[in-house]
Design a protein around this ligand. Sequence first.
Ligand SMILES: [Fe+2]
Length: 203
Amino acid sequence: MIFKQVPVGSYQNFSYIIAEETTRRAALVDPAWEVEKLLQLCSDLNVKVSLIINTHSHSDHVGGNETVSSRTGARIVAHASSPVHKDIPVKDGDKIEIGNITVEILHTPGHCPDHICLLVDNKVLTGDTLFVGECGRTDLAGGNSSEMYDSLNKLLKLDDNVEVYPGHDYGSKKSSTIGYERQNNYTLKKRTREEFNQFMKEP
Ligand SMILES: [Fe+2]
């Protein structure tokens, strides 16, 4: 598997390239900024973008969808509830193929209702649900701290050695592991649902 984390734009976003060596098929995750740079990287890697996968519908994650799809013919994958134009609506537990790579969809609402995390190989792409040392905010439209509580607990069911690749570069490092987050992320401290809801209301 070819896997690239690409810092893009002015909001510390990360896009990701997931590609398969044999078929040279690639998925671009959250292409919103610096689309030319992303397409050039794919060209340099000699891979063809066949899928666009959105972790969620916020503009800093989807802004390049139409450009990438019109330039490459890639189909857009997003949660079934996402308001963006999508060719492949997905739900929790669905599996998407990139060549012989399988991406499993985890529905993780809380930051917004259509948020998904992507489980591929020994990695989880966590979008704006989980950052290194932080979790996503729940005070935007469609945000819900009780759903975030369940979504974070869903991620914490993954093995400690699963690598975490977030949607923004907000932490002390660019990626971590579930074990590192379990130990070090103050938003993941053991709390009841009520305690977590209260915690998310605090500034
Ligand atoms: Fe977001």
